[in-house]
Write a protein that binds this ligand. Structure first.
Ligand code: CA
Length: 228
């Protein structure tokens, strides 16, 4: 499930866009200011950003520049006037698409889908992941911590594999549930907490101050980047 971040100060519009995207199967987060949107972006690492141009706190162009600096996460710019799109293209911000207000929510969802399809290039899955002292071998399902073998249940292994596949990215409980069980039902997200607790007991020197699997309050969990 892809996560979309909407940065939009018109609350009603953000609400409508969010509800359409959720109905289309996306996980949606919203921010009503440019600066708040940027910090949310850094925290959740969404798959796509729907970014309004005129925002309080921090201008949409500056937000786009910062997002670009962080990588190639696709941006769809939302502008109030047609003529602004020329200005945006002129600035070569590298936005992946543009939508002009007022827009049809259906069209917006179609654009989001198209952009995500375009950037979803097939990648060759690595055979193992390594982060600090931790090594996860996908082919043999072996997990070692500083050379010492760690015994994980299949669920714990899948959970760890999902987290370590994108270090630094925040996964919601629902996304993790989907990763470990293949399906996810709302209301069962909390079972992930129990698996995380067991995983930490096996991986962490001090499970109360985890070095690998971090809690992101109010969102979910992430594998800490650059440990050890
Ligand atoms: Ca605005």
């Amino acid at each position: 499930m892809a996560t979309i971040l909407i940065i939009e100060d018109e609350i009603d519009l953000a609400r409508v866009a969010s509800s359409y995207l959720e109905k289309a199967g996306y996980q949606v987060m919203t921010a009503g200011r440019g600066d708040a949107g940027l910090s949310m972006f850094r925290q959740i690492r969404p798959d796509l950003v729907l970014l309004d141009l005129n925002l309080p706190g921090m201008d949409g162009l500056d937000v786009a520049r910062e997002i670009r600096r962080a990588g190639d996460i696709p941006i769809i710019m939302v502008t109030a006037r047609v003529e602004e799109t020329d200005r945006l293209i002129g600035l070569e911000l590298g936005a992946d698409d543009y939508i002009t207000k007022p827009y049809s929510p259906r069209e917006m969802v179609a654009r989001v889908r198209a952009v995500l399809r375009r950037v979803d290039r097939p990648t060759t899955a690595p055979v193992h992941y390594q982060e600090g002292d931790l090594m996860v071998a996908l082919d043999t399902h072996q997990v070692t911590l500083a050379g010492r073998s760690i015994d994980l249940t299949p669920t714990e292994f899948n959970l760890l594999t999902a987290l370590i596949s994108q270090p630094g990215r925040v996964f919601t409980r629902l996304q993790l549930l989907e990763a470990v069980e293949g399906t996810a039902y709302e209301g069962y997200e909390r079972t992930i907490d129990a698996h995380i607790k067991n995983l930490r007991a096996k991986l962490e020197e001090n499970p109360r101050e985890p070095q690998y699997v971090e809690t992101v309050f109010g969102v979910g969990y992430r594998f800490r980047k650059g440990t050890g």
